[in-house]
Design a protein around this ligand. Sequence first.
Ligand code: CA
Ligand code: CA
Length: 116
Amino acid sequence: MGVTVTNGSFTQLIMRICDKNHDGKIGRGEMTRVFNEINKFKDGKITPDELRAFLAKDIPNPVERELAVGTIMGLLDRDGSGGITRGELRDIFTLVDRNHDQFITSDELEQLLGGL
Ligand SMILES: [Ca+2]
Ligand SMILES: [Ca+2]
């Protein structure tokens, strides 16, 4: 079921990366912080290379990492430009936050990723 990585489900991995204050949900501020961490060149666009570098620590297996990068790009790069912009990240946040409480929970993430 869904995309898995060696050390837990993809959902757990994303929660671990994004939930900075460990309250079990991802807020918009946390999303912005993660965006800035990944976007090393500060050009407002996350490239597959930046994602790959960012995920190297959490997904050591290159095959799994490539799969994760492809999945994330596929989900977030809405216009297929080869990069993820802040606007695209905002759009996906709104989409995933089904109950519109301005937080993404692991359940809401699971609904998005479970079908993959
Ligand atoms: Ca949080
Ligand atoms: Ca929510």
